[in-house]
Ligand binder design. Structure first.
Ligand code: ADP
Length: 242
């Protein structure tokens, strides 16, 4: 019996080790890509005569890539707060439709790059929550809906719905993207976990997003659930009690 236990433990350790190795490879890639772009564009700007328009265009790229780096570092900081149990939320009466509006603004460029329509359904929804953290939850779900959209479909959408249900609010982010295999559904909220297949291979990410989302939702005493079908799409539902 003891031998079997040891073997299982070794197996588990090997798995953890593999996840960590993958994570380091992912994160290095996530750091290198924007950094390489920033370096290349600044070098070009320094060495080439350019029109004002070109300068504008290059600076916009540099700005976008710096934001990508900033987001990555924020995720890493959030992650270390989760690990050390020091993430705090500060609640205030929050207009969720305003939050949704901000999320749409932030995701607009990415949505147009991926040719995804963002749809919104929100009317008079308020709740006591941490507005910055709630925006982070929704932005994360929406950028996933965009990132994992299905290139083989002509019409692609990411839909945000917010519903007031008296003693709780329901936030839903749905898409008609590539979907998630049934046997992976319970894993996607784990730290570092990313579905690994031909469809997801080239999509950037660290596997931290949903782990952070779940933590924030739980700090609000809420729940998060996912329904998904491969090839059809996904629905993420967040419930926050009032
Ligand atoms: P990341 O986006 O950095 O890979 P997340 O923690 O946000 O990490 O998501 C974990 C995994 O869950 C993703 O790598 C992807 O495989 C899957 N996933 C998340 N959201 C969606 C979605 N809307 N459609 C399809 N797959 C998704």
């Amino acid at each position: 019996l003891r031998n079997i236990t040891t073997e299982k433990e070794i197996q588990k350790l090997k798995e953890v080790d593999k996840i960590k190795t993958n994570f380091i490879a992912n994160i290095s890639h996530e750091l290198r890509t924007p950094l390489a772009a920033i370096k290349a564009y600044t070098e070009t700007m320094l060495n080439m005569p350019m029109t004002l328009e070109e300068i504008q265009e290059f600076l916009t790229i540099i700005q976008t890539q710096s934001e990508r780096l900033e987001n990555l570092l924020n995720d890493l900081l959030d992650f270390s707060q989760i690990e050390s149990n020091t993430m705090k939320i500060v609640k205030e009466n929050t207009d969720i439709c305003k939050i949704v509006e901000n999320v749409v603004k932030s995701a607009k460029q990415m949505a147009s790059d991926y040719n995804v329509d963002i749809m919104v359904d929100c009317k008079n929804v308020t709740v006591n929550c941490d507005p910055g953290r709630m925006e982070q939850v929704l932005l994360n779900l929406v950028t996933n809906a965009i990132k994992f959209s299905d290139k083989s479909k002509e019409e692609r959408y990411a839909k945000i719905e917010a519903i007031d249900e008296d003693d709780q609010i329901r936030l839903m982010v749905s898409d008609n993207g590539i979907g998630i295999p049934g046997d992976k559904l319970d894993k996607i909220f784990d730290k570092f976990y990313r579905v690994d297949n031909d469809l997801t291979y080239s999509i950037p990410g660290t596997g931290l997003g949903l782990a952070i989302v779940r933590e924030i939702v739980q700090l609000h005493k809420g729940t998060i659930q996912v329904e998904s079908e491969e090839g059809k799409g996904s629905i993420f539902t967040v419930i926050i009690p009032k």
